[in-house]
Design a protein around this ligand. Sequence first.
Ligand SMILES: *Cc1c(COP(=O)(O)O)cnc(C)c1O
Length: 368
Amino acid sequence: MNRPFPTFLEIDLNALEANFLHLKEKLAPKTKFLAVIKAFAYGSAAAVVAEKLESLNVDYFAVAYTQEGAALRKAGVKKPIMILHPQVQCLEQIIDHCLEPCIYNFEVLKAFLAEAQLKKQRKYPVHIKFNTGLNRLGFQDDQAQAVAKVFDRQDVLYITSLLSHLAASEDPEEKEFTINQVRKFESINDQFIASLGYQPIRHLCNTSGILNYPEAHFDMVRSGIGLYGFSNDPEKHAGLKPIASLKTHISQIHHVPSGESVGYNRGHVCTEAQSIAVVPIGHADGIGRQYGKGKGQMMVNGQKAPIVGNVCMDMIMLDVTGIACSEGDLVEVFGQHQTAEELAEGAGTISYELITGVSSRVPRVVLP
Ligand SMILES: *Cc1c(COP(=O)(O)O)cnc(C)c1O
């Protein structure tokens, strides 16, 4: 295979399509699908991911911040884009780029209403988020009537959807807590629509919610990690395929005698003669120091090569003793042979952190 760059993140849109269809199969035919493409589509390539999902007729997109949504509009994305965490200083840009804020408190609600009035909007779509137990963003349940009242007296804004977010949908031990969140969401919705007079789209589930709580899909689901090939539960990965593979290659191999050390601070001391391969990827590319000293490994010609010593900014050293390999050989950091989840686990973190952390220095290569 010809290699375009020394280190690159390969994006497989066929895997994305398969994941999307696999998740969609879990839904009732009328349930809408919102694709979460925040943080550059979980570190992959937001514009191409969005384009692919639009071609598959996804219903909605969501990103965390306004600038992410504005960038997608500039890239030509046409479907509705929800901004999960709008900031008051960005509200004008939201309207300018036809983005839809997810409103979580009265400050943002009042400021956005004022901005929409100023820009002479009518029935501008907004989403209202309630806190049902995560205690992150959202109105409290006892504010439901007061929120609905704001919409009583104007038609500048229109509530397209009502949402909340689950705290522990991946954890079977927290089933009771999660079911309580589902009930709370239902009761807030009932109170809310009694005052509002119409039923917005209801949505609560993230990827693990989709897989573990089919009774809580409501009118729409929001999937991020599942689209990228993970699900928080290895058993449920079946049918999902990672879309991103991080690849690098061997720059140099040293045969280091016993007693010598490798890398900064002499982070590794050889207790026997070892073959050490240097790869052009480091913490500036998103493989942090927590992967050093054997906590992480990379796949060299199908075999696991542990990271030795400290991770440098631009380089990592691997123990390739006993592995048939040469300078120039391809190395998989994560992908088909070792998933991002497996690599992350060894360093005490999760796939979400590893895949979203691949830095902008690493070129994204979309497979044909
Ligand atoms: C990030 C996010 C999601 C996506 O969650 P996954 O576990 O990646 O599917 C859904 N909803 C909200 C509010 C989020 O912030």
